[in-house]
Design a protein around this ligand. Structure first.
Ligand SMILES: [Zn+2]
Length: 287
């Protein structure tokens, strides 16, 4: 079952990461993200702004008709929400929402905009949906992968709390509570419940072969960030993420953050300063 993408090994630590707002140097980046990520990100945080269609201005005067101008993406500084409402690792549904064993989802969370992307699906998957933005990015990535010669598929997307509970219970029944606790994310803590995670697979890959051993996996590792995905649980980061290497588990975070994480070889926990003290100590002692 080691090739089963549903498996999520447990955290090796009990430390609880503290919640922190992004450091000051990040806040500027957040504002920049708002300027580049477009309407979706703005809607996500409830920001309103002028449409730039030339009709009606901020003064409310009945100014004479003017020469139409092309729509602009300029956002008046006064319309940008205060930092407390900007996308953050704490805001459910936003790009940088950070979910792990220590940071569970809100009770009963269901993504508001689930859909099944137009991509090949693992035949027996019961989790074909992801959020709309995740699906669009996933479609784009798989189209590019096809050009490169790799026929990828969606193995598992959104899983409800109840589905995760069933998965967990099944492992308890089959392997015992101890094994289940080590290999499956407890319900309420799986990134799959966010709708922002997508397990990628290779069409036709035999059950006895691991995705991580394929050239397709190399392509995904090299290219996923261009479409806004990060490999959420990379090798040698289990002491930080709480999960062993899962080269198939992608998380949609947007191109900007994905590119930055890729360039720095960082996990979300490291990027946002949420490395558990125990992990930092481990890093320090091992150099
Ligand atoms: Zn996964």
């Amino acid at each position: 079952m080691i090739s089963d993408p549903l498996l999520h090994p447990p955290s090796s630590r009990a430390e609880h990461a503290t919640r922190r707002a992004p450091p000051p140097h990040r806040r500027r980046r957040i504002v920049l993200a708002l300027g580049t990520c477009g309407a979706a990100a703005l809607v996500a945080v409830g920001v309103t702004f002028a449409t730039g269609d030339g009709r009606g201005d901020a003064t409310g005067t009945n100014a004479p008709a003017v020469t139409p101008v092309a729509p602009t993406t300029t956002i008046a500084p006064t319309t940008i929400a205060p930092p407390t409402t900007l996308p953050s690792i704490d805001a459910p549904g936003t790009l940088w929402w950070l979910v792990n064993r220590d940071r569970p989802l809100p009770d009963g969370y269901v993504p508001p905009d689930l859909l099944t992307p137009n991509v090949p699906l693992k035949p027996d998957t019961g989790a074909t949906q992801v959020t709309a933005a995740t699906g669009a990015a996933f479609e784009a990535m798989l189209a590019d992968a096809a050009v490169a010669g790799f026929q990828l598929q969606l193995n598992s997307g959104y899983r409800s709390y109840e589905q995760q509970q069933m998965l967990y219970d099944r492992f308890v029944q089959d392997y015992g509570a101890e094994v289940a606790a080590q290999r499956v994310a407890p319900p309420g803590t799986s990134e799959h419940q966010t709708g922002l995670a997508a397990d990628v697979g290779l069409v036709g890959l035999p059950d006895d072969q691991l995705f991580g051993d394929t050239d397709a996996s190399v392509w995904v590792t090299t290219n996923a960030h261009r479409f806004g995905f990060v490999i959420r649980y990379p090798p040698d980061k289990a002491h930080i993420t709480g999960y062993d290497n899962e080269p198939w588990h992608l998380r949609y975070v947007g191109v900007e953050l994905a590119t930055e994480l890729q360039a720095g070889g960082l996990t979300m926990e490291e990027h946002f300063g949420l490395v558990p003290a125990a992990a930092e100590a481990t890093t320090a002692t091992t150099g």
